[in-house]
Design a protein around this ligand. Sequence first.
Ligand code: NAP
Length: 318
Amino acid sequence: MVCKTVLITGCSSGIGLALAVKLAKDKQRRFKVIATMRNLSKKDKLEAAAGHALHKTLDIKQLDVCDEKSIRNCINSIPQRHIDILINNAGVGLIGPIECQSIEEMKAIMETNFFGVVRMIKEVLPDMKKRKNGHIVVISSVMGLQGIVFNDIYTASKFAIEGFCESLVIQALKFNIFVSLIEPGPVVTEFEMKVHEDAEKADYSQTDSETAEIFTNIYLKNSKAIFSSLGQTPEDVAEHTLKVITTVKPPFRHQTNAIYTPMTALKHADPTGALMTDSFYKMIFRYDTLLHVSLKAIRIIRWQAHKMRQGARLLGFR
Ligand SMILES: NC(=O)c1ccc[n+]([C@@H]2O[C@H](COP(=O)([O-])OP(=O)(O)OC[C@H]3O[C@@H](n4cnc5c(N)ncnc54)[C@H](OP(=O)(O)O)[C@@H]3O)[C@@H](O)[C@H]2O)c1
């Protein structure tokens, strides 16, 4: 079986780390993983998780998606610059009222989540075109399809990369290069922790007291409840990504959390946008008690399902 070279960005934690380990430990040995991160002093966690795969099916290299030189150095260090599958995973978040965010902070999000992916694709695309073979994967988000309150800039960065890929995919197909967007809902990683920590420390004096109150007392509370009720693990997302990269004709879009599919379909059901704005407005400002009760119920059902799976495993069922 041919072993494919897979380069993944942002492997110091979360989805990138879980995916790098999953592919490197593939029982069929289908992948050689170049797990990259911008700061190699953070490599211990990945090294520990990779175990025996380290230096065999997994190598760690430095790569900052905001630095063209570091991208070029990394790709040049790979024999014949041959990458079969590029997985753009590195990303950063930003939440809160826009009045409290500087343009510089906003640009930093676009630099990583949009231009970071564009830089990577620009570097590998000519080689893939020459070989008439390749697969470009982007870890996008359901927020690349549907805006969410107080995620204005993050959502914009994911919409931007979705639009970019939607344009690129057709040209790429002519060269037998596939493009796939993986669209997770909430995933319990350091990402959520980092954005919440930043939000809790932030200064809300630049906005009015009502907006600050909505953000801290409604948004942050709802968001925490949503992550603990509906959140996936990075390993779940890695499993979905493995399926996408091993499919003969990979899909252009793949959502990892079926609970979110109806949410992303609202705007297509009503092109005026009224159904979408109305539903979100009511869910946040009118029926938030119902939202919390539903989330609690889902949490209990998922916990019970988890216990049943554990019990079944103990009894020897798969
Ligand atoms: N968590 C979620 O709920 C969720 C949902 C949907 C989509 N996503 C997407 O999933 C991807 C991975 O996020 P995650 O949840 O796994 O978060 P995470 O644990 O915070 O991982 C993000 C990774 O990106 C890296 N990174 C940030 N800026 C970089 C740069 N300039 N160059 C190279 N690497 C950089 C981080 O490195 P450092 O350690 O150096 O910061 C880290 O390794 C992101 O694109 C995110 O938008 C996440």
